[in-house]
Design a protein around this ligand. Structure first.
Ligand code: GRG
Length: 313
C-alpha cells in the first residue's frame, strides 16, 4: 500500500502552475477587458490535472519538474480555451464552469470567443518565447518539438476533431452504429481525440521537456493513452451518478439514443470495471520501463492514475 500523499503533491503542483500562469499574465495589462476575460476562466480553480501529469512525468524521468512548466502553462491555457468555447451558446450553452459564471455569461459572447482565441494563441507564444516568465525552460529545438506535438493534439487531428465528432454524434444520432462493438469503437474514437489527445500530450510534453529516450516515450505513451480514456469513462460515470434521470436506465440502444456515453453502451457497473482495467493497463505500461530510478520517481504518475478513477468531479 502506497503512503504517497497525492493531495499534498497536487496542491504543491497547482501552486507552482498558478504562480507560473500569473507570471505569464503579469506581463499583460490587467485592466484590459480581454485579459480580464482570459484570467476569469483560467484562474477559476480547475483541477490542473494536465499540468500535474506533465510535471510528474518530468520528475519521473529524473529532471527538475519545473522544466515542464512552459508546456504545462501552454496546455492549461489551451484546455481553458476549449472549455470557454465548449460553454458558448452555439455549443453546450452552459451558465457555470468551475463553479463560476462561464466566460460569456460574465462578459459577452463575443468577448468569450476572443478570450478563447487569446488563450490559444498566447499558449504558443509562451512556448516560442518563454522569456522571463520561467526560471528554466527547454532549449529552442525541444520547444519547437513541443509546439509541433501540442498543436497536433489540440488541433484538427486531435481535440478540435473530437469536438466535431461529438457534435455530429449529438446532432445526427441516426448515423451512429447501434451495435455494441460499433458504438463502443466510435465512442472511443471521439474521446481519444476530444479528451485523450490533450491528456496524452501532457505526459508527452513532460517527457520531451525532460529529454526522454524512445523506451520512456513508448511506455509513457501507453500509460497516457489508457488514463486518457479512463478519464473520460469516469467523467461519464460521474455524470450518470449525478443525474437521477439517467441513473436507473439500462444500457442498450434506447439509452444510446439519448446520448452516446460509456454507461449507455456498457452499463454503469461494466463501465467501472472498464475504467479500472484501463488504469491497471496504464500501471503495467509504467512497469515496462526498467530504468533504475524510474520505479521510485514515478510514484506520482501511479497515484494520479488511481486518482483519475477515484475522483468525485
Ligand atoms: C471547443 C475545440 C473545443 C473543444 C472542446 C475538452 C472539450 C473539447 C470540451 C469539454 C467538455 C467536457 C466537459 C468534456 C469531458 C472531459 C473534460 C475535458 C472535462 C473537463 O476537464 P477537467 O475535469 O476540468 O480537467 P477542470 O475544470 O478541472 O480543468
Amino acid at each position: 500500500m502506497s503512503t504517497f500523499d497525492l493531495s499534498g503533491y497536487l496542491s504543491r503542483n497547482r501552486n507552482l502552475v498558478d504562480a507560473a500562469l500569473l507570471n505569464v499574465f503579469h506581463e499583460l495589462d490587467q485592466h484590459r477587458e480581454l485579459v480580464r476575460a482570459m484570467t476569469h476562466s483560467l484562474m477559476a480553480g480547475g483541477k490542473r490535472v494536465r499540468p500535474a501529469l506533465a510535471l510528474a512525468t518530468a520528475g519521473a524521468l529524473g529532471a527538475d519538474p519545473r522544466i515542464a512548466l512552459p508546456a504545462s502553462c501552454a496546455i492549461e491555457m489551451i484546455h481553458t480555451y476549449s472549455l470557454i468555447h465548449d460553454d458558448l451558446p452555439a455549443m453546450d450553452d452552459d451558465d457555470l464552469r468551475r463553479g463560476m459564471p462561464t466566460c460569456h455569461k460574465q462578459f459577452s459572447e463575443a468577448t468569450a470567443i476572443l478570450a478563447g482565441d487569446g488563450l490559444l494563441t498566447h499558449a504558443f507564444h509562451i512556448l516560442a518565447a518563454p522569456g522571463s516568465c520561467f526560471d528554466i525552460y527547454p532549449d529552442t529545438d525541444t520547444r519547437l518539438i513541443l509546439v509541433e506535438k501540442i498543436s497536433a493534439a489540440a488541433g484538427i487531428n486531435g481535440m478540435v476533431e473530437g469536438q466535431m465528432l461529438d457534435m455530429q454524434a449529438e446532432n445526427n444520432p441516426e448515423d451512429l452504429p447501434l451495435d455494441r462493438p460499433g458504438a463502443l469503437a466510435h465512442l472511443k474514437k471521439i474521446h481519444r481525440h476530444k479528451t485523450g489527445a490533450m491528456i496524452e500530450v501532457s505526459v508527452a510534453s513532460g517527457a520531451i521537456s525532460a529529454g526522454a529516450d524512445k523506451d520512456a516515450l513508448n511506455a509513457l505513451g501507453t500509460y497516457a493513452e489508457n488514463i486518457g480514456l479512463a478519464f473520460q469513462v469516469m467523467d461519464d460515470i460521474l455524470n450518470v451518478e449525478g443525474d437521477p434521470k439517467v441513473m436507473g436506465k439500462a444500457a442498450g440502444s434506447d439509452a444510446l439514443r439519448d446520448k452516446l456515453t460509456f454507461p449507455a453502451i456498457l452499463g454503469l457497473e461494466e463501465s467501472k470495471v472498464f475504467s479500472k482495467q484501463l488504469v491497471a493497463d496504464a500501471l503495467t505500461a509504467l512497469d515496462s520501463y526498467s530504468e533504475k530510478e524510474f520505479k521510485k520517481n514515478s510514484e506520482p504518475l501511479r497515484a494520479i492514475a488511481g486518482y483519475i478513477i477515484n475522483r468525485n468531479r
